[in-house]
Ligand binder design. Structure first.
Ligand SMILES: *Cc1c(COP(=O)(O)O)cnc(C)c1O
Length: 368
């Protein structure tokens, strides 16, 4: 079975972890500092702050900007639950705006109408590794004095008009095991604002600048040197991994041709890093997954239910209609695109897609 995600672990990662173990210094230390410096360089920013995971990165970014009770944050309904939940965790209210059908990302044309006097921030997600429409979103944020917090969990190394994600606002990354680079669990926050960076460093470590003296309520969201050692070994391979993902996606673009399979589009001027290669199945998606599985190809649905339609959001009173996110949730299917795929795997995947035999359904017509 060709798996939909597989961490790429080599002797570099193994040796790096052993070296930390043998050093006897396991908690946040020199490996974390090295990872932060390297991450800041990749994102073209002056500060990067490592934390325990991507959810903590989003939460602390909000807290560092003093976003909390009474505040609203505009975001996308079509993402992993952590996007919306980080806003709830901070005590603020997520406001969901529908997505653009071509890019799966927040539709900037609908953002402005959702701004109220309580709006403090826009949190775009660079879904599947494709930058959100940052030009338009940054212009809106500037006009209304809003903070941009980028959920770049899936998009390390992506660019919009040559500018790296994580440099448009406060950038939040994940190093979870299946992301483009990983440290098992891990997160990173990027910023050009020294005061935000300073607050982030205090927030991740119990609000403490001088050991055992605490200025305000903080948390323990530190990364260990064990994780950072893996992250450093992975970051050294980022460009190679990313080029492989892009080449794999180009292969699918050229070889997949099936009337019921819509391939993803990269917006002009972006570097899409293909955390996922996500097609839309115009037909019975469950049946497509079964046929692909029978052909040895594992696939996944990211994500089957928009965030505000999740039971926990329904319980909070969310019940708006988000037609594009709803339609795409029913169609999307992510194929294996990771850098561990062989030429044989690639041929098998696109062959299996082209061989799909699906009855035509009414998916394309409006849901009635
Ligand atoms: C993975 C992910 C997160 C959360 O990262 P964790 O490290 O798993 O906490 C947030 N947003 C998106 C879009 C993600 O894919």
């Amino acid at each position: 079975m060709i798996s939909v995600a597989r961490p790429q672990i080599g002797p570099e990662e193994e040796e790096a972890v052993l070296a930390v173990l043998r050093s006897g210094m396991l908690a946040q230390g020199p490996e974390v500092a090295r990872l932060e410096a390297a991450f800041a360089a990749v994102c073209g920013v002056t500060h990067a702050v490592a934390v325990s995971n991507g959810t903590a990165a989003l939460f602390l970014a909000l807290r560092a900007h003093d976003i909390g009770p009474g505040d609203e944050v505009i975001t996308t309904p079509f993402s992993f639950i952590a996007t919306g939940n980080s806003i709830l965790m901070a005590g603020a209210r997520p406001v969901f705006v529908d997505i653009d059908e071509q890019t799966f990302n927040l539709d900037p044309d609908q953002v402005e109408a959702a701004i109220t006097p309580a709006t403090r921030a826009i949190m775009p997600v660079h879904l599947y590794g494709q930058p959100a429409a940052m030009d338009a979103l940054c212009a809106i944020a500037e006009r209304h004095g809003l903070v941009i917090i980028e959920d770049a969990a899936q998009a390390i190394g992506a660019h919009d008009q040559g500018r790296p994600v994580g440099s448009f606002g406060t950038g939040c990354f994940s190093l979870y095991a299946t992301k483009n680079i990983m440290s098992g669990e891990g997160g990173m926050i990027t910023t050009n604002d020294p005061q935000i960076a300073d607050r982030l460093r205090l927030l991740r470590s119990h609000g403490s600048r001088v050991r055992y003296y605490h200025d305000f309520l903080g948390y323990n969201f530190r990364m260990t040197d064990l994780q950072a050692a893996i992250g450093n070994a992975q970051l050294a391979k980022l460009e190679r991994f990313t080029e492989r993902r892009i080449a794999n996606a180009a292969y699918f673009d050229q070889t997949i041709a099936h009337p019921q399979v819509l391939k993803p589009l990269a917006r002009p001027g972006v570097r899409h890093v293909y955390h996922q290669y996500t097609v839309r199945i115009l037909g019975d998606r469950d049946e497509a997954m079964r046929q692909l599985r029978a052909a040895g190809v594992d696939t996944a649905v990211f994500y089957p239910l928009p965030i505000p339609h999740q039971p926990m959001y329904r319980a909070l009173g969310y019940n708006q209609s988000l037609p594009v996110a709803e339609r795409l949730s029913g169609q999307v299917l992510s194929l294996p695109v990771h850098p561990g795929l062989t030429d044989e795997d690639l041929a098998c995947i696109s062959g299996a897609l082209n061989a799909l035999s699906l009855e035509t359904t009414e998916v394309l017509s409006s849901s009635g």
